[in-house]
Design a protein around this ligand. Sequence first.
Ligand SMILES: *[C@@H]1O[C@H](CO)[C@@H](O)[C@H](O)[C@H]1NC(C)=O
Ligand SMILES: *[C@@H]1O[C@H](CO)[C@@H](O)[C@H](O)[C@H]1NC(C)=O
Ligand SMILES: *[C@@H]1O[C@H](CO)[C@@H](O)[C@H](O)[C@H]1NC(C)=O
Length: 314
Amino acid sequence: MNQKVLAFLLPNFLFGMFLFGFFCKRQKNLTGVSPEPTENWLAIQSGRKNTLASVCLKNNLNKPRRELNSGVANQLFVEHKHKFIYCEVPKVGCSNWKRTIFLLQSDLNSEASEIEHDIIHHTSLIKRLASYPPALQQEFLSKYTKVMFTRHPLERLVSAYRDKLLHSEPFYSTTVANQIKAMFRKNKTSPGKVSFQEFVNFIIANQPHALDIHWKPMFLLCDPCNIHYDIMGKYETLGLDSGQVLKIIGAPEQLQYPSLKRYGSESRTNGYITLEYLRQLTSEQIEKIKKLYEMDFFLFNYTMKYEDYFSLNN
Ligand SMILES: *[C@@H]1O[C@H](CO)[C@@H](O)[C@H](O)[C@H]1NC(C)=O
Ligand SMILES: *[C@@H]1O[C@H](CO)[C@@H](O)[C@H](O)[C@H]1NC(C)=O
Ligand SMILES: *[C@@H]1O[C@H](CO)[C@@H](O)[C@H](O)[C@H]1NC(C)=O
């Protein structure tokens, strides 16, 4: 190839690259910054809802009744300005959702990070559906956008153990821990934190309905077979799903779902950490724990073969 040809081709090539880059950017802006939920996201939503509906039907979980179960009404938070109802599932980004609800109703007067963790959980600044009379509860449920988030049941369990039993929150690290030690230790006053094995034995010794909300099966907390959630979010796609929820309810553009976590220096419970804990269990314990969370696996399409799940997600 002689130099003349090259001198002719090179500028053309560069100009082509320039046009190509320009075109790609345009395309990216058209699809990426779209104010509407993308088709792909909507397709995933309808997939989740279809799975849910068919598992509900198959297991006879649809129980139409007039009044809402009071335990469930207590998990639901209401935000009137944006006609929004959020079901609280602990260990699935709920502190940040409660902060967000607070900001939505207070016109963004304070930054999410300024709202202390304990305040957001103990405050009456945000309203539970249970605090309204039954007729109003039904009205809000029929008119508002209802949202629930789920997480892989075993990752949620490990996250609850790390958060409640390894840290020193008095109720859990003393009261609950002593209850567990009394059940499983010969020497009830022996020191040392409750192990993950002891924690799991304690959970499987209880009735699912009687479990603490941090480890109660998610479908019992939010009753998704009877409350028809408009959006089924997942912790695994928390940022994306939260962003779409905020768009759909018409939140102010500057409001973003925060990514704060409580113990800043510690890593979030992920698939790797979850597997480390699961390896401490016997196969019998694993079977029992899978049985306890069976409906959560089926309804929300999580795989029981946790090795597959966690290797996919890390
Ligand atoms: C993307 O498009 C919007 C209008 O649709 C425009 O306001 C914005 O500036 C564009 N962003 C970029 C990076 O080109
Ligand atoms: C269920 O989850 C699997 C991945 O574990 C995914 O490939 C499949 O599309 C999901 N099904 C629905 C209906 O969302
Ligand atoms: C139980 O453990 C405590 C703390 O280690 C110890 O002081 C006590 O003697 C133990 N009791 C028995 C019966 O071993």
